[in-house]
Design a protein around this ligand. Structure first.
Ligand SMILES: *Cc1c(COP(=O)(O)O)cnc(C)c1O
Length: 368
């Protein structure tokens, strides 16, 4: 049997730079961005700030560093910040806010990733000496662990107004804000407008090999540059990678619509299968969060579940992998597929077929 090329739907970070992007990177004008200026980094920072409607921006190596530098710049050690219980800052950044900056998260649980403004009432500590000070509200758009969900902007605006009334700063984790803007037919500027600071990734759906940015007021970004240096993220001839990000901003934003359509196709294929459903009932951007409804076999230990083996989700991931489709399970019963610019239309169709075959296998195998 001829081995078909892998259809890699693990994340939108797996993309390779296109030939045009590589050319832009190879030809980038560079300088020492730490001593004085790298002209390409400078252009990227200005362009990013302009797109996001903020005074300034700073280029950083990763989205995690963007978030962590922003948090630290907003809050002195010992401060509490509010965030949604399933957010990336809390789940996937190793607790860096605590280990690197002495910050304390206060989690707000939701059933779809959207904090409702009324949930914020009473979340600010009284200013007496028993409590940490509450200093910041963080919101994530699109929401990763909730399957690429777009935040409802009226809730976002109301939450940020509440924060301002209570003298809290506001930060938007907009790693996939580009997707949110395309999906909701608006601009990243509008989505970022209620926030003091925003982080965005160039290395996710936009397809650049490296890089993220923080945007905010000129004063805030000046301070964030200090934080970036402290964390070891000040880079020298970074114009090489900034050129990839600039190219992505110019050429890969509008095409995100194609990724969203591909995700719709995958979602429809999954929803048509007995035993599979879509978390939250619908696909909104470039992620498909599949719920595997088959009950877990009785008697599996927690360790086996946490190890990723033996769960219905891990089984579905295994069956898909046998059919050349790579993806991740994000819980015992959830599997995540992410579309991106390196997936062709033919691969999307093939992946739909693989999903249907795998669901069929899950049903006929039953609990092993
Ligand atoms: C990927 C991601 C990040 C972090 O990006 P890295 O570049 O992988 O560090 C932050 N927030 C969200 C919502 C993400 O999906």
């Amino acid at each position: 049997m001829q081995a078909a090329p892998v259809i890699d739907l693990r994340s939108d970070t797996v993309t390779r730079p296109t030939p045009e992007m590589r050319r832009a990177m190879a030809e980038a004008e560079v300088g020492d961005a730490v001593i004085d200026v790298d002209p390409t980094v400078d252009r990227l920072e200005k362009r990013t700030a302009e797109l996001l409607g903020k005074e300034a921006a700073v280029f950083v190596p990763s989205g995690s560093m963007a978030n962590q530098v922003a948090l630290r710049t907003h809050c002195p050690a010992g401060t509490e910040f509010l965030c949604e219980a399933d957010c990336h800052i809390y789940h996937y950044e190793q607790g860096a806010y605590a280990s690197l900056s002495g910050l304390i998260p206060r989690l707000i649980a939701t059933d779809d990733g959207t904090i409702r403004p009324e949930q914020l009432v009473g979340q600010v500590h009284a200013s007496d000496e028993h409590h940490p000070r509450t200093g910041l509200l963080c919101i994530e758009n699109t929401h990763n662990r909730w399957g690429g969900r777009v935040q409802r902007q009226d809730d976002v605006v109301a939450s940020c107004q509440w924060a301002r009334r209570h003298r809290l700063a506001t930060h938007l984790d907009g790693a996939r804000l580009w997707n949110a803007a395309v999906a909701s037919g608006t601009t990243v500027e509008q989505l970022a407008a209620p926030f003091d600071s925003v982080s965005v990734c160039f290395s996710k759906g936009l397809g650049a090999p490296v890089g993220s940015a923080i945007a905010g007021s000129a004063d805030f970004i000046r301070e964030a540059r200090r934080g970036r240096k402290l964390f070891g993220g000040a880079m020298r001839q970074a114009g090489i990678i900034a050129a990839g990000a600039l190219h992505a901003l110019q050429h890969h934003r509008d095409r995100l619509e194609q990724d969203h359509q591909a995700a719709q196709q995958l979602g429809a294929a999954a929803a048509s299968c007995d035993g599979l459903s879509i978390v939250g009932g619908r696909v909104e951007t470039n992620m498909v969060m599949i719920h595997v409804d088959r009950p877990e076999p009785i008697g599996k230990s927690t360790e086996q579940r946490d190890g990723g083996g033996g769960t219905p989700a891990a089984e579905l991931v295994g069956l898909l992998r046998e059919r050349g489709v790579w993806c991740f399970d994000t819980g015992p019963a959830t599997v995540r597929l992410v579309t991106h610019l390196d997936v062709t239309a033919a691969q999307v169709s093939a992946a739909c077929e693989a999903i249907k075959q795998s669901a069929e296998c899950l049903l006929t195998q039953g609990a092993k």
